[in-house]
Design a protein around this ligand. Structure first.
Ligand code: SAH
Length: 221
């Protein structure tokens, strides 16, 4: 998301009590942080937060964590959370690359990726949040019954993501190339990007992927 730097956003992230500071200290203890044993769903690259704020209001029995790399973007979610004070929502400002430092094995029940940056150049493929590099991190933190849900308007990124998931042994379901005209439309919660792209007439693509069930040797050590 290309947002101009908002002066003071970084500093705000460091002092605001609604931003989880040093989230790695909660690795393996997120249920304690929420004070319950309910499922934990995370959104990586939450942007301005329309999606996760809507879900958190709708589903008080699910714990949500919004992960966003940029302070200026996360500030938008923070402003809403200051008004709503949703007890089942936490905000953290980190890069997705660090998810295994923040969550223990199997601690996360669902990962949402919405309209992730496409990184169209081949040489940047590893930066895509659905590359094998990231899938191998998600596989560690996801519970065995957990899954990943990915939406995009970018057909190249979608096809790439399908291929990466399949090549890495993920089980695909609900693969859909026009979400808004599908049977899943009624339960769909839209994001800011989704509203914008679909208003421009673009179809929205979505897939659900469950991690491979056998852990590799190194992960079980
Ligand atoms: N999900 C929102 C925003 C999509 S734009 C929506 O659908 O409207 C992609 C978002 O991912 C941006 O806000 C960007 O800052 C964030 N992002 C990109 N790479 C990231 C990374 N490595 N870790 C965390 N967030 C990332």
């Amino acid at each position: 998301m290309r947002l101009r730097n908002i002066p003071g956003a970084r500093e705000e992230m460091l002092v605001n009590p609604l931003i989880v500071q040093d989230p790695a200290r909660l690795r393996g203890r997120w249920h304690e942080e929420f004070g319950n044993n309910r499922p934990i769903h995370i959104e990586i690259g939450a942007g301005k937060g329309q999606f996760i704020l809507t879900l958190a209001q709708r589903n008080p029995d699910i714990n949500y964590i919004a992960i966003e790399k940029y302070a200026s973007v996360l500030l938008r979610i923070l402003t809403r959370q200051e008004e709503l004070l949703l007890p089942n929502l936490r905000l953290i400002r980190v890069n997705a690359e660090t998810v295994c430092d923040i969550f223990a094995e199997g601690e996360v029940d669902r990962i949402y990726l919405n309209f992730s940056d496409p990184w169209p150049k081949d040489r940047h493929a590893k930066r895509r949040l659905t590359s094998d590099r990231f899938l191998s991190l998600y596989r560690v933190i996801l519970a065995p019954e957990g899954h990943l849900e990915f939406k995009t308007d970018n057909v190249s990124l979608f096809d790439y993501s399908l291929a990466e998931a399949e090549a890495n042994g993920w089980k695909l379901s609900q693969v859909c190339r026009d979400l808004h005209n599908s049977s899943y439309a009624s339960e769909n919660v839209t994001t800011e990007y989704e509203d914008r792209f679909s208003a421009e007439g673009n179809p929205i693509f979505r897939l659900v992927a469950a991690p491979p069930q056998e852990k590799t040797g190194s992960e079980t050590l």
